[in-house]
Ligand binder design. Structure first.
Ligand code: UDP
Length: 242
């Protein structure tokens, strides 16, 4: 069995294992923003994102939200069930930021009640445009029942992880999820949940501690992600037991 990646994305590789239904998700140190226009390399980013994602996935599993997570294997590697990923970026928002701020003119940080779930078409060459439900159906990405399952699961993820961040003195502003079909035909959560894919602010000071620090040159990426890991109590050598 070769150890070369079968897939390489901007922040992760997928490496096959002896079991066809199991793959290694390897977290890279590279960061990109603005659809790959801005690039950087950060020693230790992969380990931070792998540990934080592993902790959050294990909490989701414990709460009964199915994910692709099997185990944290080592600093950069997570063992996961193979999924056929759906080409949607599912964004959950608790506070206004980023593209929603641009689209609505509301102030950054404005609380949203109820939280919002949005779907974007995962297609770099189109710049990941937002999709209405009717577009998701007409493009044949998901049917109405499947989309409802995904949206409910996205809100269930929020219900589990938002308090985890809140208890650590962190505000979960928004985050992006990806879902896929497993070998049993179940629609489950895949990808990662990390400071690369979430907006996370210090609850007291509103200091940004996520990829926005890289996007907008606000602070050091490793320093910021390390604050998130420390506040969450993540042990980088044994994150699931945290
Ligand atoms: N996000 C992501 N990957 C993407 C686009 C967005 O992980 O390709 C995350 C982003 O980090 C933020 C949330 O999804 O936590 C909402 O992003 P938004 O739509 O505001 O877009 P952005 O301002 O990041 O371009």
């Amino acid at each position: 069995m070769s150890n070369s990646p079968e897939y390489e994305g901007k922040a992760k590789q997928l490496i096959p294992t002896d079991d066809r239904n199991v793959v290694i998700q390897r977290f890279k140190n590279s960061a990109t923003a603005f659809n790959g226009v801005k690039k950087g390399e950060f020693e230790g980013k992969g380990a931070l994102n792998n540990a934080i994602s592993s902790l959050l996935f294990s909490k989701l599993e414990a709460a009964g939200v199915p994910t692709h997570f099997i185990s944290w294997d080592n600093a950069t590697d997570m063992r996961v069930h193979r999924l056929q990923i759906i080409p949607l970026e599912v964004v959950v928002r608790n506070h206004v930021a980023g593209s929603l701020q641009k689209r609505t003119g509301l102030g950054e940080g404005t609380p949203l009640q109820p939280s919002i779930v949005e779907t974007y078409y995962k297609k770099d060459e189109l710049g990941d445009p937002i999709l209405a439900d009717t577009h998701v159906f007409a493009l044949g990405i998901l049917n109405a029942d499947e989309l409802e399952t995904v949206k409910k699961a996205a809100l269930a993820v929020n219900d589990v992880i938002r308090p985890v961040f809140a208890d650590a003195g962190l505000k979960l502003i928004d985050f992006k999820l990806e879902f896929g079909w497993d070998s049993a035909g179940r629609l489950i959560l895949g990808d990662e949940i990390s400071p690369d894919t979430c907006r996370i602010w210090d609850a007291e000071t509103n200091t940004k501690l996520d990829k926005d620090v890289f996007r907008h040159d606000l602070a050091g990426l490793i320093e910021s992600y390390s604050v998130v890991a420390e506040k969450l109590g993540v042990d980088l050598n044994n994150p699931v037991e945290a």
